[in-house]
Design a protein around this ligand. Structure first.
Ligand code: GLV
Length: 381
């Protein structure tokens, strides 16, 4: 394998190593995948201002997100089934993030549990919460995250029902994988993945199985989500969740100024401008195109973060310039994880950090904290 130089290189390697149904799960958007593509394409439309003859020594990417230190304005996003990209994936990714000095967010729909991740990390990680109808289960999940000393709770607001992703339906996605002929063929061509997976016992939804009542079969993600996720989740629920949690709260999935204002009213610590990586409402605007409007609406009242479409350090710099205090990467680190395990997550972070650092310097800035809209070029084509 040649040394990966870009996130696209990691994606190519991951495609070779990870069974198709799990690679596709990470790589899909809903319906036409138009919003998934727009998230990436709109970053390319934002142009940078080249500056010269400025002192470029002593550069720093260090910042804080919800008051917590980060070596660069990037956190690992919560991603469902991360432990299916590579055996024990969440534990490996959390360790890579901790060593790199950026926050790791564990998804409710992870394979490794909160306790598994806590057992291999020494610094606090963040926990993402999906709210299900079974409130006892949710209260218990919040308490488990507290007991594991998670330092922020991220509440996802944009997945009360699941957007349709055609690839998952066609692949018959399930975790653990079913042993039909179709799935067997997909697995048989990925021997390294299978060998690693046979060595771990973590192959189901670690946060859920054995904790939620009446959950015997998680094989179909879409039917389970339809049964369990609460389609009546409301702003009132944000209030009791905030109260029960009692710590830093991040609201994920805001794409509209009116919703951003309502989110700021809750007293949460940050919002994430996000369309769930184009996996929910296909046809929604890209995250980066909505960021400036949302920052103008609430940026003086709440920290604004962004996810969706980041494939390089340049994209992070553009988001920061347009007002994001921090950003999240999902697919870029999953590609690294699928390609090379923990080392691949570190490689993804290194690639993004290096690209951001060089870009910042060539834009005439030395400190990420001073990067603002002045680095964005006006296009007059
Ligand atoms: C879960 O968060 C998903 O988008 O599949």
């Amino acid at each position: 394998m040649s040394k990966p130089l870009t996130i696209a290189d990691l994606k190519t390697h991951a495609r070779r190593r990870v069974p198709k149904m799990f690679f596709d799960y990470a790589d899909s958007g809903s319906w036409t995948e138009g919003t998934y593509r727009a998230n990436e394409e709109d970053f390319a439309k934002v142009k940078l201002r080249q500056r010269v003859l400025v002192d470029m020594t002593n550069r720093s990417l260090a910042t804080t997100m919800v008051g917590q230190e980060a070596s660069m304005p990037v956190a690992l996003a919560p991603t469902g089934l991360c432990g299916m990209q590579h055996a024990d994936g969440e534990m490996l990714a959390a360790k890579a993030a901790e060593e790199f000095g950026v926050p790791f967010t564990l998804s409710t729909m992870s394979i490794c549990s909160i306790e598994d991740v806590a057992s291999v990390t020494s610094k606090p990680f963040w926990f993402q919460l999906y709210v299900m109808k079974d409130r006892d289960f949710i209260n218990n999940l919040i308490d488990r995250a507290k007991a594991a000393k998670c330092s922020a709770l991220m509440l996802t607001l944009d997945l009360q029902i699941l957007g349709q992703r055609h690839k998952d339906l066609r692949n018959g996605l399930s975790a653990p994988p079913k042993w039909t002929l179709h799935h067997g063929m997909q697995l048989a061509t990925k021997p390294f993945w299978c060998m690693d997976m046979l060595r771990t016992k973590r192959r189901g939804f670690g946060n859920i199985v054995g904790h939620a009542k009446n959950v015997s079969d998680l094989s179909s993600l879409s039917s389970w989500t339809a049964e369990q996720f609460d389609p009546q989740l409301s702003w009132k629920d944000v209030a009791w969740i905030k109260e029960r949690w009692g710590g830093k709260l991040i609201l994920k999935g805001i794409l509209d100024e009116e919703d951003a204002r309502a989110a700021a009213e809750t007293g949460a610590d940050a919002i994430i401008v996000s369309n769930h990586g184009g996996r929910q409402l296909d046809g929604a605007l890209s995250s980066i195109s909505m960021l400036p409007r949302i920052v103008d609406a609430v940026g003086d009242r709440i920290e604004v973060h962004l996810d969706g479409g980041i494939r390089s350090g340049q994209d992070v710099l553009k988001a920061v310039a347009l007002g994001a205090r921090g950003t999240y990467i999902g697919r870029p680190y999953l590609y690294g994880l699928g390609a090379m395990g923990k080392a691949g997550v570190t490689t993804a972070l290194e690639i993004i950090g290096k690209e951001m650092d060089v870009t910042m310097a060539l834009c005439g800035k030395r400190d990420i904290q001073t990067v603002d809209r002045s680095v964005i070029a006006e296009t007059r084509l």
